[in-house]
Design a protein around this ligand. Structure first.
Ligand code: 13P
Length: 266
């Protein structure tokens, strides 16, 4: 049974002075059984969020990591520097692909560093609008997956709890979402790519796939109603405790239903 995950990507919002309080409020408002909660604040807020979440069963994630261990990389943060600050990391977010020109190959290197340092990666994939309209969305995402994952140690990735977030670029921050049917079809295509193209076989079935892109408490139910979708990677709405409370409460219903289905005799 795959876990149900709600991951908050705070992007370039909050400061060390206010992030801890926001994280603590969200933690208190989202105490629901069966849902993995993750908060990914900016690097400089990691320590404050970690301290605020101590003992609260909410994981802390970074939003990026460098692909090298150490050296002359001004302004960068390596995986080993995140030790004690974060246990998860977002890799290959479309905003970094767009603004920092991150390639699939570079993203693959970051993934390897992340798992080498014991971090749990969330690999982001997704097409731009022109690619969706041209009917190329699945092909684009499959290319991203092959570029980042070819030759990677499948056992190490799955042991690290590797997660994929499908975030159609045109749905991020726009108020427009993918249809739940399209998102579910993409989640299935992602697992088929892992299983067949990349040779992961049955291990592909265990990889959680999240949907991201204008997720709110009002629409998350549509996505969580799809068996192939295991939660959300949430941007704007994740900064609002009321929204987080609503999304995690809905996720808990899915987690409960899955646990119930699992317990039933075949
Ligand atoms: P929004 O939820 O603000 O659309 O952002 C989605 C996202 O990019 C999460 O990583």
């Amino acid at each position: 049974m795959r876990p149900v995950i709600i991951a908050a990507n705070w992007k370039m919002n909050t400061t060390p002075a206010d992030a801890g309080e926001l994280a603590a409020t969200i933690a208190a408002r989202t105490e629901e059984p069966g849902v993995i909660r993750v908060i990914c604040p900016p690097y400089v807020c990691l320590a404050a969020v970690r301290d605020a979440l101590a003992g609260k069963n909410v994981a802390v994630g970074a939003q990026n990591v460098h692909h090298e261990q150490a050296g002359a990389y001004t302004g960068e943060i390596s995986a080993s520097m995140l030790a004690g600050l974060a246990t998860w990391v977002i890799i290959g977010h479309s905003e970094r692909r767009r603004d920092e020109f991150e390639s699939d190959e570079l993203i693959g290197k970051k993934l390897a560093r992340a798992i080498g340092a014991g971090l749990r990666p969330i690999l982001c994939v997704g097409e731009v609008l022109a690619e969706r309209e041209a009917g190329r969305a699945v092909e684009v995402v499959a290319t991203q997956l092959r570029g980042a994952l070819a030759g990677k140690d499948v056992e190490a990735l799955t042991a690290a709890g590797f997660v994929i977030a499908y975030e159609p670029v045109w749905a991020i921050g726009t108020g427009r979402t993918a249809s739940s049917a399209d998102a579910a079809a993409m989640a299935e295509a992602i697992r088929s790519t892992l299983a067949a193209d990349l040779g992961w076989g049955r291990l592909a079935e265990d990889v959680p796939v999240l949907y991201g892109g204008s997720v709110t408490s009002a629409n998350i139910g549509e996505f969580l109603g799809e068996h192939s979708i295991d939660g959300g990677l949430v941007g704007g709405a994740s900064l609002k405790p009321d929204e987080m409370a609503g999304m995690v409460a809905r996720a808990a219903m899915t987690a409960k239903a899955r646990a119930g289905a699992e317990g039933e005799p075949a």
